[in-house]
Design a protein around this ligand. Structure first.
Ligand SMILES: [Fe+2]
Ligand SMILES: [Fe+2]
Length: 176
């Protein structure tokens, strides 16, 4: 299964060159869109499975799926519009201020804790499934979907933590 393992560093390079507004559009249009489509599809695969899974796997999936949904809503409804607005202020030559928050950095800190939690759960999935491998076809389909999601999350989260968040904090600090 290693062929779908991605190198986040390589994936990141082109996104260091674009505006934060463009990066946000990309994250929402590619990674969030993928999650919104794939989370319910994987749930359906679990529900239709007639086979034995490791204890607690489906429960943990249901719980992390809920966490990921709430997390992406918080980004799309709160954090991303704040960052986009700060960049627009800077582009207009205005003083950068977070109009509806006390600090973008503290909101980002919370989002990054949530990223750590999600990656920890996917590491657990990887361990419990023997590296996402199974001889049973229906189970292998679920494991493969989880594996692809794990790899996508690594890239998605790296784009947020290592580019978007870093540059948003720099922007915020430039206004103080
Ligand atoms: Fe995200
Ligand atoms: Fe995120």
């Amino acid at each position: 299964m290693s062929e779908i393992t991605v190198d986040p560093e390589k994936e990141l390079a082109p996104w260091r060159e674009v505006s934060l507004n463009e990066l946000i559009k990309h994250i929402v249009g590619v990674h969030h869109a993928y999650m919104k489509k794939e989370i319910p599809r994987i749930k359906g695969l679990f529900e239709n499975l007639d086979g034995d899974l490791p204890d607690g796997l489906f429960d943990k999936y249901r719980s992390v799926a809920q966490d990921m949904k709430q997390h992406t809503f918080k980004e799309e409804d709160v954090l991303f519009p704040l960052i986009a607005e700060m960049e627009n202020q800077a582009n207009r030559g205005e003083q950068v201020v977070c109009s509806s928050c006390t600090s973008v950095a503290s909101y980002i800190e919370q989002m990054e804790l949530e990223h750590d939690d999600v990656l920890e759960i996917f590491d657990w999935f990887k361990g419990e499934t023997g590296g996402y491998s199974s001889g049973d076809e229906a189970i292998a389909e679920i494991y493969s979907a989880l594996h692809v999601m794990h790899e996508d999350l690594k890239v998605h989260i790296a784009k947020e933590n290592r580019i978007l968040h870093v540059r948003a904090i720099e922007l915020e600090n430039s206004g103080s």
